[in-house]
Design a protein around this ligand. Structure first.
Ligand SMILES: [Zn+2]
Length: 275
């Protein structure tokens, strides 16, 4: 018996099968045992891994905490996030992370608009458009609190060589964001003037540890609700299956080796002052 034996090969379809599947699914605490909240889970401790030989088992203990092993789980967990529209996440729980637990999550835009390529610092403001561009000219006019009609009649805008449609579209695009521009591309952390606008939002995922279906009597559920829940839990099962099989494959094709890690430290040194 290993953890894959607990995962059905096909998705439960009938109401009876679905209720049986959900109510007999292995569960574990979402946080610590004292908060008494539990959710759908899998015991992924090494003794419970599928398709393992003695050799795999002993190597797995050395390899499980390597960065590469972490990346395997990470990749599959992100796939799960995507497939559930970021409404669910998988976390590791238990003293040595021996359980994968399903939790509710929510993805929101962090609000960051630009990033410093020198030091990686994120910034909530947009880098202003380059001087001598139409965008730069329009942002300056927008900051005067003028209407679009007034701005388009402004001589400076009228004389800018671009056709009227282009000007109008740029104005419509800039109107909702013109207050988000900072005055320059300065980075607040390292001081370099090289900030760049992000091409896509930076999202953050908030996890809820409140447990899922801890007290539910599934007999009270409508069929569509059961189906929706089963779909999520079955997907969770499949992701756990793939993660563990890939981990076993990884263990079979790697061996542990001790490598030296150099840690960066700081010390105070004396620097002569130019006088
Ligand atoms: Zn910087």
């Amino acid at each position: 018996m290993n953890l894959l034996d607990r995962i059905p090969a096909r998705r439960p379809r009938t109401k009876k099968e679905m209720i049986e599947y959900l109510s007999s699914h292995f569960r574990y605490h979402t946080l610590r045992s004292w908060n008494r909240m539990t959710s759908y889970a899998h015991n992924v401790k090494i003794y419970n891994l599928p398709r393992k030989s003695k050799d795999v088992e002993s190597k797995a203990y050395d390899l499980v905490f390597t960065a590469q092993a972490g990346q395997i789980a990470q990749k599959h967990f992100e796939e799960f996030n995507r497939q559930t529209d970021y409404r669910y996440s998988i976390i590791t729980s238990g003293r040595s992370g021996g359980y994968f637990v399903l939790v509710e999550s929510e993805r929101t835009d962090s609000g960051y608009k630009s990033e410093c390529p020198v030091c990686g610092q994120l910034n909530y403001r947009l880098v202003p458009p380059d001087k001598n561009t139409l965008d730069y000219l329009l942002v300056r006019q927008l900051l005067k609190n003028w209407t679009n009609e007034t701005i388009l009649r402004e001589p400076e805008v009228l004389n800018f060589s671009a056709d009227g449609n282009k000007k109008q579209n740029a104005l419509l695009r800039l109107r909702p964001i013109y207050k988000d521009f900072s005055s320059d591309a300065h980075c607040g952390r390292c001081g370099f003037e090289q900030r760049e606008n992000l091409s896509s939002p930076v999202y953050q995922t908030a996890i809820r540890f409140n447990g899922i279906d801890g007290e539910e009597d599934f007999n009270d559920w409508e069929k569509y609700r059961l189906e929706r829940r089963v779909k999520t839990i079955f997907l969770f099962d499949q992701i756990v299956r793939r993660t563990t099989l890939n981990f076993v494959k990884f263990v079979k094709t790697h061996r542990p080796e001790q490598a030296i890690r150099y840690l960066a430290e700081t010390e105070t040194i004396a620097v002569p002052i130019n006088q």
